[in-house]
Each structure stands twice: as C-alpha cells, then as structure tokens.
Design a protein around this ligand. Structure first.
Ligand code: C2G
Length: 443
C-alpha cells in the first residue's frame, strides 16, 4: 500500500485545494492530510485565516479524498509524521518547490502544480469571495509582493500586466500566474490591483483601475501632486473602491505599537521627530538615472515623512529642503525640515550618502529610539532622564513585511474600516503635496 501525506491550512476551501487533494490521493492508496492549527499558522506568519480548525477539517473531509486527517501544530512535525506514519510520498503544491526537499531522505517528495485561478463556480457557490489580485509592474518590489500575498488568506494573485509583454511573460512564468498584453483583459480577470510601476505612472494606472471598479493598493509615493491625490480619493469614493497607499511601515505591528507609545504620554509631549533612511545605489540604477522622477526623496521620502506626519499631523507650518545633488542633477541626499506649532521634524534620505538609519522621537520627559531598519519596526527603546530607566519593546516583522498592508487592504475591501487610521487619505494627500513641493523646487 502506498501512503501519501499532504498538509495545508485549507482556509476558505476552494478549487485549488480540491484539485490538490484529488491529485494527492491519486498518487497512492491511502491519503493522510495534515491541517494546520491557528497557533501554527500564526507562528509561520500566515494572516487573516477565516475558518476555524473544525470547519477546515470538515471541508477537507467533505472533499472525499482524505483517508485520515491529522493536525499540524509545529514546524518540525512533517519529518516526524513521515517516519511515524511510514509515508511513501510527501506532496504539496508547486508554490513550495524546494522547501520540503529535505524530506527526500525519508520518502519521495512530489510538488503538484498549483491551481492558478481559483475564483471559480465552486467559490461562488459557497458565497465566499477570494480577492483576485493583479499586479501592474514587474520590478523588484512586485516580486516580493507575491510570496507575501500567499501568506494572507483570502487573496490570490492571478495576473500581471506590464506594457512590455516580454517582462510580463517572464514574471508570470516565474510566479505561476497569467500575463496580459491588454490592460482591459487584465482588469476583467481581477478584483483588485497592486501597482508597483514607476512613480510617474501611478496616477494613470490608479485612475484607470478605479474607473474599472477595481480596488487599488499602490506602492509609495502614491502620486506626485496633491490635486491628483485628492482627485483619486474622490473617484475611489464614487466608485466605492478602496484606494490604499502601500507604505509598508505604516501597517507593521511594531510601528503601530511605537505610535501608540509615543502618543500615550510615556515621553511627555512629542517635540521632535528625526527619521533617516539611506540606501546606496549605483549610478546606473533607475533611482539614480531617471532624471525626472529619480533621486532620493521620491524614492525614500515617503518612509521618512511618515513618522513626522503620523505624530505631528498634516498641518505643518513650513517645510524646507536641503539638497545635495549628484552629477546628473538628481538629489543623492536630502533633508526635509518640518516646522509645527509645537515641534519640528527632520526627514533625511540618501541614495548616494550613507548615514545612520535611525528614528528618534524626542519628548518633554524622554525619547524613543529605533535603530535601522526602523522602517521594518521590530524593536525600540524608551529612554528617560535617568539613563538606567530604559523600557524595551518588540514586535514581529516577518520577511519582507508586505503581508501586513495586504491584510489591512483586504480587511478594508471586506468592509472593515478598522485599519484606515494607519494611513489616512489626509496623510497620503499631505505627502503628495510635499512631494509636489519638492519636485517643483528641484526639477
Ligand atoms: N494549493 C494549490 N492551488 C492553490 C492554492 C493552494 O494547489 N491555488 C495547494 C497548496 O500548494 C497546498 C494546499 O493547496 O499544497 C493547501 O494550501 P494552503 O491552505 O494555502 O496551505 P499552505 O499554506 O500551502 O500550507 O504546513 C502547511 C503546508 O506547508 C502548506
């Protein structure tokens, strides 16, 4: 008798799960299915799991392919199960290729092709909707988005669009999704889009996506002009669509905790916020060669403005820029100085100057310091006058950390406005205004 084992969360049970189990069963005579516990999914950083363990087990049983269901509750369990149950074949979807090769010393490891498009009749029949996401742009960040989206239950990245069809085809092949040459067809295939194209193209893509009734998660900077941001948020409201600016820091649990503490009075009244983010780039990179929209502030300014705007608000009295330019006239190091009625902020960013990437929040009774990479906030300290009086805080920030914004985006689409405060329209509009002021002065 050939014994096969497979594992999964099996949340919002869909056709992809069904087909996987069917093919797993066909590999042998007896199929064991391991269903993950909520705790295990939390430790491995999976967000938004909707169905309870009991429901997920029931759904696996209902498929009719499982001869036995077990519970998976810890990371090392697979190796033990394979030995304990005398398994001949371990199988899982192709999104995991390579990950479980270590089991091949004990049994055969088979990766079955993942089902690309899962929003089928089966889902509609169950009245559960999985948001089909399409990606616009195929650069580095788009590649980071896909593995992160896999860890958010309730979304499925299905499509990619790039005006250069070869780039789209390459990206689609790598990630097992569909490439579209025509943007109209692309919009037909998805419910929401993630825009990760060059900065200056954001406005056009956001507009067209909203006009097609698609929710939008757009990489920072959302747009480069205040009026464009206002217009797009108005359009989103008219179309009853979510428009969300993806500054990952704003949605990560550590940063939310930090803001809560800064506002709680633990350091008295906040009087100064200094944020710095530098990342050395070669002269040939897009960031340093795109004469019109490249440079350090358009690239990194959103991150360093964020804590200032979050803590002091959008109504600054003045903002002034100190700019160091490279040979081609692009800013390689920029400081934006903000003045508020009760304090000031400095946002420093660099692509051609390296500095200490720190976030320092000073208050009337103490200060908060977050070392680099503070934009992936995982650990910070609260200090007071007495140098021995230091409180330490930490939160998880997993992998590339995009899953937090994807999870909040999904909650907003599903009708919960509970995360809107993390980055409001007013804050995104204020940042677009500052970008506009910067570009006006310096291009
Ligand atoms: N799957 C698929 N097609 C999809 C979605 C999922 O073939 N469109 C497969 C996955 O590759 C996996 C199984 O269905 O083999 C269950 O998927 P999930 O519930 O997403 O579970 P996953 O996070 O992949 O967990 O220990 C858990 C395992 O490592 C897999």
């Amino acid at each position: 008798m050939t014994k096969v084992i497979t594992y999964g969360t099996f949340d919002l049970f869909h056709e992809g799960h069904y087909k996987l189990l069917k093919r797993a069963k066909a590999l042998g005579d007896y199929l064991i299915v391991g269903v993950t516990t909520e705790e295990y999914d939390q430790t491995r950083g999976k967000l938004n799991v909707v169905d309870s363990l009991v429901t997920r087990i029931e759904n696996v049983k209902k498929s009719g392919f499982a001869d036995e269901v077990i519970i998976e509750s810890s990371p090392g369990q697979k190796l033990l199960d394979v030995q304990k149950y005398h398994i001949d074949i371990f199988t899982v979807g192709s999104d995991w290729v390579g990950t479980f090769d270590y089991l091949s010393d004990y049994c055969k490891v088979v990766y079955l092709e993942r089902t690309k498009n899962i929003s089928s009749t089966m889902l509609r029949a169950q009245k559960k909707h999985i948001q089909r996401i399409g990606v616009i742009g195929t650069g580095r960040i788009a590649g980071r988005f896909i593995p992160e989206a896999k860890l958010v239950s309730g979304v499925n990245v299905e499509a990619v669009y790039n005006p250069h069809p070869e780039s789209a085809a390459r990206f689609a092949k790598k990630w097992g999704i569909d490439a579209y040459k025509e943007i109209e067809e692309f919009y037909q295939a998805v419910d929401a889009v993630y825009i990760a194209s060059p900065h200056e193209t954001h406005y056009g893509y956001i507009r067209s996506a909203l006009e097609h009734g698609k929710h939008v998660l757009c990489e920072k900077p959302l747009v480069l002009q205040k009026a464009q941001a206002e217009e797009l948020f108005t359009l989103a409201a008219e179309k009853k669509c979510i428009l969300f600016e993806g500054i990952k820091t704003a949605y990560c649990p550590g940063f939310s905790k930090l803001l809560g503490i800064a506002c709680s009075g633990m350091i008295g009244n906040v009087r100064s916020v200094e944020a710095c983010f530098t990342k050395l780039e070669g002269a040939q990179t897009r960031e340093l060669s795109d004469r019109k929209y490249g440079g350090s502030f358009t690239e990194l300014g959103s991150y360093v403005m964020l804590p200032i705007i979050k803590l002091f608000g959008s109504k600054y009295e003045d903002v002034r820029f100190d700019i160091l330019k490279g040979e081609n006239g692009l800013d390689i190091f920029t400081k934006a100085h903000f003045r508020y009625a009760n304090g000031f902020g400095t946002a420093t960013c660099g692509l051609g100057v390296k500095s200490e990437g720190k976030l320092l929040i000073s208050g009337t009774t103490g200060y908060i310091v977050v070392e680099a990479p503070w934009w992936k906030t995982a650990y910070f300290e609260v200090h007071h006058e007495n140098p021995n009086d230091v409180e330490k805080f930490s939160e998880r920030f997993l992998d590339d950390g995009l899953r937090y914004e994807i999870s909040d985006f999904l909650s907003m689409i599903n009708g919960s406005n509970k995360s809107e405060f993390k980055l409001t329209r007013g804050e995104s509009i204020a940042m677009a205004e500052i970008m506009e002021g910067f570009l006006h002065e310096n291009r």
